[in-house]
Write a new protein. Structure first.
Length: 141
């Protein structure tokens, strides 16, 4: 399942060329990830109370089209699980006209805040906390 949030590019987010600053693309992606977790019933407070937190281990950004002040974009977010301690996060930033502006792909995990190690099965841990695990790409029996 792919989740998304809509964002309007603000003037203070622009660089000296009038483009969206490259670091802000990552902020938009981060915002979408946290909103997805919140919507699934796993807000930051719940994660902390359970002693875990999501971590980004690797991020690749492909900038495809410029964004300028006032542009409205949709930031998608989908998690993809496999075996092991990590999972994929696929995000797309798309302009209103459907033009793909950027792709953000990441490898993430769920960190045990006591041991400072990744949990063995991030999908299982997130599913145990989520009210709507399907939003997180988790199919439960």
């Amino acid at each position: 399942m792919t989740y998304f949030v809509d964002v309007t590019v603000r003037g203070y987010e622009l660089d000296t060329q009038g483009h969206l600053n490259q670091a802000v693309y990552l902020q938009y992606a981060e915002h979408a990830r946290w909103e997805l977790l919140r919507e699934a019933g796993v807000p930051q407070e719940k994660l902390l109370a359970d002693g875990v937190g999501p971590v980004q281990l690797e991020v690749t950004v492909r900038y495809l089209r410029e964004l300028r002040g006032g542009d409205r974009v949709r930031v998608s977010c989908a998690f993809a699980y496999g075996p092991g301690k990590t999972f994929g996060v696929r995000q797309r930033i798309t302009k209103e006209d459907g033009t793909l502006a950027a792709e953000v792909d990441a490898v993430a995990g769920v960190l045990d805040l006591t041991t400072r190690r990744l949990v063995a099965d991030p999908a299982e841990r997130l599913a145990s906390l989520a009210e709507k695990p399907a939003l997180l790409g988790i199919v439960t029996a």
